[in-house]
Every structure is written in structure tokens, then in C-alpha cells.
Design a protein around this ligand. Structure first.
Ligand SMILES: C[S@@+](CC[C@H](N)C(=O)[O-])C[C@H]1O[C@@H](n2cnc3c(N)ncnc32)[C@H](O)[C@@H]1O
Length: 170
């Protein structure tokens, strides 16, 4: 990774982070792993989680170089979360494969992602280092093709601008 990014740490950033993480918190089963945890809000709200990131914003549990080789044994977690972050990664498919590896069978991968069109506009103004605008359902299906994951559920929130996706480990 060449650039070490920093999440937007302003009032809008904190408000949106609270909104999406509270939504995700209701879906989590412990123990869980929060990939690209930022301020590690999820571990605070839910408990029983590890927050990992490539930057320590102050409360990270494990600092890593990237998320393509996670420092955990296979079948370690009941949930893995990637909140508002998959579109920042250089190789999102690799991170999804690795998430599946550390999930227990029956465990859930929980993602939030802006609609790609909203993301395209959003990242003109904020966090322009995001690698992709977002991903469609179809693109996500291609990412999970080689992982032992099955699409389970999708719901919209933030007035339809954001999506929660849940995949289950086979
Ligand atoms: C918008 S923040 C989301 C943080 C947190 N999940 C939340 O909901 O508040 C995006 C996260 O992606 C991470 N990130 C940004 N660029 C990255 C990259 N190229 N590779 C890996 N992680 C990256 C940042 O460290 C940050 O924690």
C-alpha cells in the first residue's frame, strides 16, 4: 500500500459511521472480526470483537499491512464485518476470500456499501482515495464465486443510498 489513508474525521463522518455501525451491530454474532475497523466503533457497541486496520486511528486491536492474509486461524469467527470499506481495498476479492477462510461454517460475512452511483459522486468530494465507487450485487456475486459463501440477504438503509449485504459461510 503506497498511501496510508485516514477516514474523514469530521461531524458528518462520525454521524454516518454511527448510523451504519449501529445497523451492522444488530446482525453480528460473536466472536466477530471487523476488517478496516476505523475507530473500532463496532467492538465498542457489540463487544466480543477484534478490530483490525491498516491505520491505527487510536483504538485498533490488531494493525496489519493489508487484509489479504489475516493473522487468524481458519474458522475463528461467527461474523466478519467490512463496513464502508470494501471499495477502498486494492484487491477486494482477495479480502472476501480471506474473510471466508476465517469464518466458521454457518457464520456471516456482513458488508455495507454505497450504491455505486452515489459512491461515484460521494468520492469526488470525500475520501477521494477510495479505489472503486462501490460494487453492484452482480459484482459482489463474482467476488464470492470462489469463496465458500452464499448470498443470504440484502437491505437498504440511509434512505436507499446504502446497502447491507449478508453472506453465509457454507
Ligand atoms: C470509511 S473508513 C470505514 C471505517 C469503519 N469501518 C467505519 O465504518 O467507520 C474506510 C477504512 O478503510 C481503510 N482503508 C482505506 N484505504 C485502504 C487500503 N488501500 N487498504 C486497506 N484499507 C484501507 C481505512 O483505514 C479505514 O478504516
Amino acid at each position: 500500500m503506497t498511501q496510508v489513508p485516514k477516514s474523514a474525521q469530521d461531524i458528518i463522518g462520525f454521524w454516518l459511521a454511527g448510523w451504519r455501525n449501529n445497523k451492522v451491530a444488530k446482525e453480528i454474532r460473536q466472536p466477530f472480526l471487523d476488517i478496516a475497523c476505523g475507530d473500532n466503533i463496532l467492538s465498542e457497541i457489540v463487544g466480543g470483537g477484534f478490530g483490525i486496520d491498516v491505520v491505527n486511528y487510536g483504538s485498533v486491536d490488531v494493525l496489519v499491512k493489508n487484509f489479504e492474509k489475516l493473522p487468524f486461524k481458519e474458522s475463528s469467527f461467527n461474523s466478519v464485518t467490512i463496513v464502508a470499506s470494501l471499495n477502498y481495498f486494492d484487491r477486494p476479492q482477495k479480502v472476501i476470500l480471506e474473510s471466508a477462510r476465517v469464518l466458521k461454517p454457518g457464520g456471516t460475512l456482513i458488508l455495507t456499501l454505497l450504491n455505486p452511483l452515489i459512491g461515484m459522486l460521494w468520492h469526488v468530494f470525500r475520501e477521494s482515495w477510495a479505489k472503486y465507487p462501490g460494487f453492484s450485487y452482480k459484482q459482489l456475486q463474482a467476488f464470492i464465486r470462489d469463496a465458500d459463501l452464499i448470498f443470504t440477504r440484502r437491505s437498504h438503509f440511509m434512505m436507499g443510498m446504502n446497502n447491507l449485504y449478508i453472506y453465509t459461510r457454507l
